[in-house]
Design a protein around this ligand. Structure first.
Ligand code: MG
Length: 355
């Protein structure tokens, strides 16, 4: 019998070190695209670009399937729309594939499908294809939803990138891409962190935790990202999903070869989320978000991008939280009392099965 080290563990799905190891050592090297991809697979970007079309896919296994602020349907469409939007694509169409556990109530299925359609309308995409499978009891827990999506290059991208390169930097990609980042570029986060993960934990009642009023942030961000592109100067974008801001910043530090410094006092977080994290002994910087984006913006455009995002209903709590730097090699957090702490890549997700 194979020992535990020879098996997939729940940590491999957590968006941190284990997942990166699985992707880099076992999954990505097995695929050998013949085309010269504008965004190489090895970058582990949110979307690929094939013949000018952005393309992404995601599967959702959230537990419970209905939670405050959303459900698995809203989560699926939002996640796919967001993965297209963060490379600078305008999402146009998605698929909806279902793996359903037998005996799932039709009432639940209807609610999920209505939510898929409603979120698609909200983000201006059409559900155009799909697949439906049913497995025996226990084959999956209630339902798994997979959404793939395609998008076309945003009409705002050329002018946005022209502003990025107005400081004379060479652009290494014609998409939003960490390879376009330069030291000094500012980091903007679009709102409070950790809402989704803590709302899911509370909904599970696994930890005797009840937080009245706290909802998941699951939302399509293509409208907000368009506002940022209109303001211009956005070099890269990414949604802090599994592994949270901590994983995102470590991925960007690796992709750019730069250090990153963020100021803890500037990072938006709800008091109740911070309090829950303190009680549970987890770092809100590692928690998944499903309706937030982090932008890398040239310093001369950071204020105007911040203002543009704050003018959008989903970006009212946006903040500039730090910058890329050559002064450090890693991701460093300046604490509220002025000390520095190293922010490593998380190992796995402190809360599994949340997306
Ligand atoms: Mg993503």
């Amino acid at each position: 019998m194979a020992d535990e080290r020879e098996r997939v563990s729940i940590l491999h799905g957590g968006g941190g070190l284990y997942m990166h190891k699985l992707l880099r050592e076992r999954i990505v090297p097995r695929f050998k695209p013949r085309k010269n991809l504008e965004i190489p697979l090895s970058l582990l970007a949110d979307s690929a670009v094939v013949d000018g079309i952005a393309f992404t896919t995601d599967s959702y296994t959230v537990k419970p399937i209905f939670f405050p602020g959303g459900d698995i349907g809203r989560l699926s469409v939002s996640g796919t729309v967001n993965d297209l939007s963060v490379v600078g694509a305008e999402p146009i169409a998605i698929s909806c594939s279902l793996v359903i556990e037998e005996r799932l109530e039709f009432e639940k299925l209807d609610r999920i499908l209505d939510s898929v359609q409603k979120t698609a309308e909200e983000s201006g995409v059409d559900v155009v294809t799909g697949d439906t499978k049913v497995v025996e009891r226990g084959g999956v827990e209630e339902i798994i939803v997979n959404t793939a999506g395609i998008g076309v290059r945003s009409a705002l991208l050329d002018e946005n990138l022209r502003r990025v390169s107005s400081d004379g930097r060479p652009l290494r990609s014609r998409w939003l891409d960490p390879r376009n980042v330069k030291p000094g570029d500012r980091l903007i986060v679009s709102g409070t962190l950790g809402d989704h993960a803590i709302a899911i934990m509370a909904a599970r009642r696994e930890l005797g935790l009840e937080i009245p009023g706290l909802e998941s942030d699951a939302a399509p961000l293509n409208g907000l990202i368009s506002k940022a592109l209109e303001a211009g100067g956005v070099a890269a974008a990414k949604d802090p999903t599994r592994g949270g801001l901590a994983a995102l910043l470590n991925e960007w530090s690796e992709a750019t070869g730069l250090g990153i410094i963020v100021r803890e006092a500037e990072i938006p977080v709800r008091e109740e989320v911070r309090a829950a994290c303190d009680i549970l002994g987890i770092d809100f910087l590692e928690l998944a978000n499903e309706g937030k984006v982090v932008l890398a913006v040239s310093p001369s455009h950071a204020e105007s991008v911040l203002e543009a995002i704050r003018g959008h209903p989903l970006g009212r709590n946006a903040e500039i939280i730090g910058e890329f730097t050559k002064d450090h090699e890693e991701v460093v957090v300046e604490t509220e009392i002025g000390g520095l702490r190293y922010l490593p890549m998380p190992v796995g997700d402190p809360v599994p099965r949340i997306c």
